[in-house]
Design a protein around this ligand. Structure first.
Ligand SMILES: Nc1ncnc2c1ncn2[C@@H]1O[C@H](COP(=O)(O)OP(=O)(O)O)[C@@H](O)[C@H]1O
Ligand SMILES: [Mg+2]
Length: 307
């Protein structure tokens, strides 16, 4: 049985597991009204050679705004969701920083992917970033790489703010100077940036590789979480697959057709660090987490955790 088939079988088994409790409310879609977060004015500063990049003013991570935009579940479901994300983040963090296991090559670059849009990438990216930011000795950089649909940038009020695309377009721009700190000391954000027309070329250029290497070199405790475009609906995500050390494939339970999941997994075949998150399940296994490793030292192992 191929690894892909095993992944699908595992998903099916979890959905059919007997004795599960009925739908936890946290696994239901929250309201999706858009409202801009409270943000400070941003200024872009040209880098001064040899000087530390100027920091942008911090933005406030406004939970109410995130909730209204569907990036956090209702207040009463937060505790359950936090537990789910603790399970999801630990293996990712272990590989990213080498806690208890060997550090995965570029494991600190974590791409949140899905076959289609609407499966929960932005929700997962935000909640994973928030959960990781609670960890000791870890700094989290959340990057909005869904340049065609930059929901995170919009919700944080940074839609028109220079970011990833601008750093890719102009090599003289220091990407660090475009990173926006937040009121969560260990969490910062890189907006998608402006001018998405040439996004495919920019993202797939060698500059993406260089930029992500720079992000890792600047701070060894940094974990970078990329929200990304859907794998099967855009070409931009292929570039991210190439640079990411870990990929979390979000699968919307009972919605995404199995052949679609298979196609997405095929696109990731050969990548050494692919995990699956079963999202929005109507069973108590919501947010189940599976880790599949293909080849190398990490080959052949499958883990699963259920909530
Ligand atoms: N685990 C979850 N619990 C509750 N709502 C969720 C969950 N995951 C996603 N959603 C909701 O599903 C919708 C699509 O999620 P989103 O993250 O925007 O998908 P994508 O980024 O893949 O297009 C949003 O309205 C979001 O609020
Ligand atoms: Mg999204």
């Amino acid at each position: 049985m191929s690894v892909v088939e095993k992944a699908i079988r595992k998903l099916q088994e979890s959905q059919a597991a007997p004795g599960e409790a009925p739908t936890p409310a946290s696994s239901q879609a929250a309201g999706a009204a858009q409202a801009p977060a409270q943000t400070a004015q941003q200024t872009v500063t040209a880098p001064v050679p040899g000087a530390a990049p100027a920091r942008r003013p911090a933005i406030v991570i406004e939970r109410g705004t995130l909730r209204a935009a569907g990036l956090l579940p209702p207040e009463q479901d937060m505790a359950q969701l936090s537990r789910q994300y603790r399970k999801i983040k630990h293996p990712l963090m272990a590989q990213a920083v080498g806690r208890g296991v060997p550090r995965a090559p570029k494991g600190y670059l974590i791409m949140i992917a899905s076959a289609m849009s609407g499966e929960g990438k932005s929700f997962t990216a935000m909640n994973l970033a928030l959960s990781l930011s609670l960890e000791k000795d870890v700094r989290v950089l959340l990057v909005d790489a869904d340049v065609a649909k930059p929901q995170l940038s919009q919700v944080l009020g940074l839609a028109k703010t220079p970011g990833l695309l601008d750093a890719l377009r102009d090599v003289t721009v220091d990407v660090e100077s475009l990173i926006v700190p937040t009121d969560v000391a260990t969490l910062s954000f890189l907006p998608a940036g402006v001018g998405a027309e040439e996004a495919t070329e920019l993202l797939s250029s060698n500059r993406m590789e260089r930029l992500t290497t720079l992000l890792g070199q600047r701070d060894s405790s940094r974990i970078v979480v990329f929200d990304s475009p859907p794998l099967l609906q855009t070409t931009e995500s292929t570039a991210l697959v190439r640079v990411a050390g870990q990929i979390v494939l979000v699968v919307r339970a009972e919605t995404t057709p199995q052949p679609v999941v298979l196609d997405a997994l095929k696109m990731l075949e050969g990548h050494p660090g692919v995990s699956l998150v079963l999202n929005q399940s109507t069973r108590a296994v919501a947010q189940s987490y599976y880790n599949y490793s293909y080849g190398g030292d990490r080959g052949g192992r499958a883990e699963s955790g259920t909530t």
